[in-house]
Design a protein around this ligand. Structure first.
Ligand code: CDP
Ligand code: CDP
Length: 228
């Protein structure tokens, strides 16, 4: 299967990673993997067990006993936690507010990164997150760092689900800025653009334009992979 490549898409919250990654995967016939959903599922399990982020030992034990499964679905991938469909639950405000602290805990990352690498072994994967190009899949043939201004990202989220979830636009902007800060400043694999990632600022671009640009880049990388 030398014609298949892996594509890493990283960037801050609300940049459009999951929307774009899902479409690119579908157009190429690849598998889409949402790694943020895995961190969210661990956060749900931790909140249910009442384990705070200061208890690294308990979190390490918790994560090693969790069965997190991602199932491709239309329009969204479904997420299962020990067999329970938690797709909706992991998008709640409580989980969103707690996830970056759980994701900063080293044993949580080690365990999830290990799962993520296994999922990408067969190639033909589009994976989105924060550390995919920089840490999880350093050999991915195409790395994209997708961003947009924080105002634009808050607006997108507000339109999508913000009002429904009871956020004001200002609260969303603060929540997103705070999560960006935690993701960028944590010690273990922080959010950073990999040196060899292509920077795409989508502040003024539609979803379609971003998808077309990534497809174009993919075609180039697939051709390169085949000529080697
Ligand atoms: O969709 P949204 O951008 O709101 O977030 P997400 O992709 O579901 O990720 C939720 C959180 O998980 C992020 O804010 C990070 O703290 C963490 N995360 C991470 O640390 N590493 C990843 N590869 C993916 C997510
Ligand atoms: O995964 P990430 O947090 O990076 O963002 P997302 O959940 O894919 O996108 C957040 C929202 O922005 C979604 O409702 C997308 O439809 C929308 N979006 C947009 O309006 N324009 C773009 N260029 C990209 C995403």
């Amino acid at each position: 299967n030398s014609d298949r490549i892996n594509i890493a898409i990283d960037g801050p919250a609300g940049a459009g990673k999951s929307t774009v990654a899902r479409r690119v995967a579908s157009l190429l016939g690849y598998v889409y993997i949402d790694t943020g959903a895995m961190y969210r599922a661990v956060t749900l399990a931790a909140q249910r067990s009442g384990i705070g982020t200061s208890r690294e030992d308990l979190l390490a034990e918790l994560v090693s006993n969790l069965d997190i499964t991602l199932k491709p679905g239309d329009p969204v991938q479904r997420v299962f936690l020990n067999g329970e469909d938690v797709t909706g639950l992991i998008r709640s405000r409580e989980i969103t507010a707690g996830v970056s602290a759980v994701a900063a805990v080293e044993p949580v990352r080690t365990s999830l990164v290990d799962k993520q690498r296994k999922l990408a072994l067969a190639k033909g994967v589009v994976m989105d997150g924060r550390d995919i190009g920089s840490h999880v899949l350093p050999d991915a043939e195409l790395k994209v760092f997708l961003t947009a201004s924080v105002e634009e990202r808050a607006k997108r989220r507000y339109k999508e689900s913000g009002a429904e979830q009871g956020y004001t636009l200002e609260q969303l902007e603060r929540e997103i800025a705070e999560r960006d800060r935690m993701d960028e400043q944590r010690l273990v694999s922080p959010l950073v653009k990999a040196k060899d990632a292509v920077l795409l600022d989508s502040t003024n671009d539609t979803i379609d334009e971003v998808v077309q640009r990534i497809l174009e880049l993919s075609r180039g990388r697939i051709a390169e992979a085949n000529s080697q």
